[in-house]
Design a protein around this ligand. Structure first.
Ligand code: AMP
Ligand code: MG
Length: 513
């Protein structure tokens, strides 16, 4: 079956309904059943809806109100397996903080199956926090309300910012308590993803599967995510995954997003952002910024993310080698294949750089400069980031203020920096790049790429703390702001303001919770 193009033989999209009425596909279960454990989610005591994503539901041909009904909620809680779904826990391995774990897998998640969105794209629908599986190790298989609503906020923010990401379809409360440092209310998240195939999935396959199965896994990845690559062209597949990740990392770096746990099991072969547990958006621009409580060495600090992505991609490249070298004893062929794969991996740097520069030129308005001059733009961007780092300027707000400088509020950034002479020199060079152009139009274009609202850490914490106590209003307000990030609206001033003094220094988030 063609995994990508709309399937003309498929029955017409069912009318809007619950997950029970949806036209499920289960291609992973059918083709890769050996790559997971077939089992149903574990029911919960008292499911109740906390969040339903109307926009995403409609996109999938589902009725948001039906999802909120008791019947819809029973599906989303894992209490009733939707008709046509075939739940399974996926197996995968992964390098965690550089250490290889040969068996991870979904310890608290169940893939229900796949649905097509309105464009015909196949999307995984999976529950998270839905009970123990053969891959749970010591874990309880459950999730708490706070981290699941964090996944909603961050996914919706990334999506609104135009960054490829998995998204939450729904969160339901379980009515049960999960024990973490303290007892917390439990929740199940329904996640929609281009797929849940990870670098770590490929590592697991390379370790455990026959060459035939390795080839069928690679074919599945290719068909599902990179169908333009020729069948059996493993270097081409590597190049496609490298390219998707280079673009993703450029997006993260331009927007100041820190994933937090870039283990190989948290990197999707589709190029979507996934499993951003202890993630955060930068406040002060700082290449050294770390927010994850468990990242004590700063391996996944903001500035290290592109090189970590490249390291992870090298692990992916290793999984494709057995397919390219039928006879591992032939050292000449092995050497040639490794050299070719290394060249493809090196391509990450150029692709990343080009994508990042394009994003940053748009953020600084330089896309609209009077003359094209890449060297000038690179220098201006690097010098701006240095000035921001030196004074710990807020990443998001500084770019927003630059547009106001163009609108004549020339002191807007200057008054925030200590090196005002240095700032004046930068600002002069920057303004000179526009020649006599209509800078008001440039400022408007900048406002369409520089968000006013991101899920700022102090606001996220405040919203999650209230939600944990049963008050969803702060979560809903913050969600509305981050879903509409580019237009400043009266009453939302506090969502655009940096965290109070001292908050960010001590700010850490926790994963696996
Ligand atoms: P994460 O850090 O959330 O990406 O998870 C890393 C691994 O730990 C994955 O294999 C998860 O399925 C597993 N895991 C995390 N939390 C739990 C939990 N509460 N119960 C069982 N497995 C878990
Ligand atoms: Mg994970």
């Amino acid at each position: 079956m063609d995994l990508v193009a709309p399937d003309p033989s498929a029955p017409p999209r069912a009318g809007l309904g619950t997950l029970d009425e949806a036209p499920w596909d289960t291609t992973y279960a059918a083709r890769l059943s050996w790559l997971g454990a077939r089992l149903n989610p574990q029911p919960v005591t008292a499911p109740g809806p906390l969040f339903v994503n109307d926009d995403l539901a409609t996109d999938l041909g589902l009725d948001p109100d039906a999802l909120r009904s008791p019947h819809g909620t029973a599906n989303l809680a894992g209490n009733q397996v939707p008709n046509g779904a075939r739940p399974l826990a996926q197996a995968y391995a992964g390098h965690q903080f550089g250490q290889y774990s040969p068996q991870l897998g979904d310890g608290r998640a169940h893939l229900l199956g796949e649905l097509r969105d309105r464009h015909g794209h196949r999307r995984d629908v999976a529950l998270k926090g839905s009970g123990r599986t053969p891959f749970s190790r010591g874990g309880d298989g459950r999730a708490a309300v706070g981290p699941m609503l964090r996944e909603v906020l961050v996914g919706e923010a990334l999506h609104a910012l135009g960054i490829p990401t998995t998204r939450a379809l729904a969160v339901v409360a379980t009515g049960e308590t999960v024990q973490r440092d303290t007892p917390l209310p439990g929740a199940v998240l329904t996640r929609v993803a281009a797929s849940h195939l990870r670098v770590g999935t490929a590592q697991y396959v390379r370790d455990r599967a026959s060459v035939e199965r390795q080839a069928s896994f690679a074919a599945y990845v290719r068909e599902r995510h990179h169908p333009h690559v020729a069948d059996g062209d493993h270097l081409g597949l590597l190049a496609a995954v490298v390219s998707a990740q280079a673009r993703l990392l450029a997006d993260w770096m331009a927007l100041g997003f820190v994933h937090g746990v870039m283990n190989t099991d948290n990197m999707a072969l589709s190029g979507e952002s996934i499993d951003f547990g202890p993630c955060a958006f930068l406040e002060a621009h700082d290449p050294q910024a770390v927010f994850s409580s468990i990242d004590t060495a700063g391996r996944y600090r903001f500035g290290a993310q592109p090189s970590i992505a490249q390291w992870n991609l090298a692990r992916y490249a290793e999984t494709l080698l057995p397919l390219q070298v039928p006879d591992a004893a032939d050292e000449t062929v092995v050497g040639e294949v490794i050299e070719a794969a290394t060249q493809v991996l090196r391509g990450f740097e150029g692709e990343y750089h080009a994508a990042y520069l394009a994003r940053m030129r748009a953020k600084t308005g330089l896309t609209h400069a009077a003359e094209t001059d890449p060297a000038r733009d690179e220098a201006l961007i690097a010098d701006l980031l240095d000035l921001m780092t030196a004074d710990r300027l807020d990443h998001t707000r500084t770019f927003r203020l630059l547009a106001r400088v163009l609108r004549g509020e020339t002191d807007r950034v200057r008054m925030l920096v200590t090196d005002s002479a240095g700032w004046d020199r930068w600002q002069q060079r920057w303004l000179a790049a526009f020649g006599g152009a209509d800078v008001a139009a440039v400022a408007d274009a900048m406002d369409r790429v520089n968000p006013a609202y991101i899920p700022r850490n102090h606001l996220v914490e405040e919203a999650l703390a209230a939600a944990t106590e049963g008050d969803l209003a702060p979560f809903e307000e913050l969600l509305s702001a981050v879903r509409d990030p580019f237009i400043e609206r009266p009453g939302r001033e506090r969502y655009a303001a940096p965290a109070p003094e001292g908050f960010t220094e001590g700010y850490l988030t926790y994963c696996g919770t």
